[in-house]
Write a protein that binds this ligand. Structure first.
Ligand code: HGY
Ligand code: MN
Ligand code: MN
Length: 427
């Protein structure tokens, strides 16, 4: 991506076109490298589970950076962290910008973190250039977007918009039985602010790495996100009979693992039957008792199903149940299926998509409208305000993987469009 000089763009489009902010690319990158040290893995990824010690450290760094900017910092009761810069009109509804700093167990440095640091660079540029904006602008780091340690995903933003009850969120437990409340206390982020909007919100904007191959395939710098897939998270438990691997006749076995593997293959086959955008994933799988010469009597596993069509997601949930029923009938095992989480598909606000489009055009940034398959906090914000997202390319589409990468020129291109769009929304 070769950029026309900023001055030329300004002369060509001028102030009115919103080409008004020039981020400090070195500072942006320095912060990215510094934050990437926190919870860094040996393979350049991140191990920064929600509310872990690494999450505490990165949150402390984030709060320090917000306070250094003179922002009004507050932490709500589920640990969402906000920093506010007033606008010229104290009665105007704010523009919210941000993403998440938690990661997958072996995730990439860009997922979530790039969005938060792009918002931080935008705030820094506003403060540096002493640029006025009518509306207040708030930056946010959402608690537990990933839903890996604590389920469901989008926990902080979902609670903020009222999708999840605060008490339920605080009572959610991880695999060791630690509650969200205990983990928040442990890292010092059990805030006192109510987890809800204090006022109406004018708009929400989030930058995120695409986490897919489309931008790279189309050689575009900016993805203007029309919407996000709907998705459901299920947990299946299959119960059989443990018995000796030797003397037990094969025809008399009730082998929970054999039934479970049938279901895993069946779930995979669903992804090319119902609709061409369907994706299905079994990510967690636990076998008991887990001994070489004992027939497994229990298997617990998760199923993640997604499509842009909510009716297809509903159909997928039914089909998973049918797969379990058939496999257990064959094997003489029993099962339970629990729905952990479901979110309908999202269609982002035209007003925000338009603002991103105008900013991309003003910067001569190549762009394309697209739908995203990964869940994002913006989906819940879209329930209470005009929300929108923009993507920057992921090399080879790789993500939720330590090798996740975005070329720095693409990150800068995204940050410039993001900063301009933020200013445009806050005007
Ligand atoms: O599951 C998701 O799509 C997101 O990474 N939480
Ligand atoms: Mn993310
Ligand atoms: Mn993620």
């Amino acid at each position: 991506m070769v950029w026309p000089p900023y001055e030329e763009l300004l002369s060509r489009h001028g102030e009115t076109e919103g080409v008004t902010l020039d981020i400090n690319a070195d500072r942006y990158r320095e912060s990215f490298e510094a934050y990437s040290e926190i919870g860094a893995t040996a393979n350049d990824g991140l191990h920064r589970l929600a509310l872990s010690e690494a999450d505490r450290t990165v949150r402390d760094r984030f709060v320090d950076d917000l306070e250094a900017l003179g922002l009004d910092v507050r932490v709500d009761e589920v640990g969402n962290v906000f920093g506010r810069r007033d606008g010229t009109d104290p009665d105007a509804e704010p523009v919210l910008i941000g993403s998440h700093l938690d990661s997958q167990p072996y995730g990439g440095r860009f997922d979530g973190q790039l969005g938060v640091l792009t918002a931080l660079e935008t705030m820094r540029t506003l403060v540096d250039s002493d640029v006025d904006h009518r509306r207040p602008i708030e930056i946010v780091n959402w608690t537990n977007e990933e839903g890996s340690r604590f389920k469901p995903a989008l926990m902080g933003s979902g609670t903020f918009v009222g999708e999840f009850d605060v008490e339920e969120t605080l009572a959610a437990t991880d695999a060791d039985g630690t509650t969200v409340e205990e983990a928040l206390e442990e890292i010092g982020y059990r805030g006192t602010e109510p987890c809800e909007p204090r006022e109406g919100i004018h708009a929400y904007l989030e930058l995120h790495v695409e986490q897919g191959p489309k931008l790279e395939e189309r050689d575009r710098s900016i993805g203007i996100v029309e919407g996000i897939f709907g998705m459901a998270w299920l947990e299946a438990t299959i119960r059989g009979e443990s018995d000796h691997a030797g003397p037990s006749p094969m025809h008399a076995r009730q082998d929970a693992l054999v039934a479970a593997t049938d279901v895993v293959s069946g779930v995979r086959r669903l992804s090319n039957r119902l609709a061409n955008d369907v994706v299905t994933t079994v990510g967690e799988f636990e076998v008991s008792p887990g001994s070489i010469n004992v027939i497994p009597d229990k298997v617990e596993f998760t199923i993640d199903v997604r499509s842009y069509d909510d009716d297809v997601v509903a159909e997928l949930v039914d089909r998973v149940d049918a797969e379990l029923d058939a496999a257990c009938a064959r094997e003489g095992t029993t099962y339970e299926l629990e729905e952990l989480w479901r979110i309908p598909h999202t269609e982002f606000a035209e007003s925000v998509r338009e603002a991103v489009l105008k900013s991309a055009q003003a910067r001569d940034a190549s762009h394309v409208e697209m739908v995203g398959g990964a869940g994002h906090d913006a989906s819940y914000l879209n329930d209470i305000t005009d929300a929108g997202m923009m993507f920057v390319p992921s090399v080879d589409g790789k993500t939720h993987n330590e090798a996740e990468f975005t070329e720095w020129d693409d990150a800068i291109a995204g940050a410039r469009v993001f900063a301009d769009t933020t200013r445009r929304l806050a005007r």
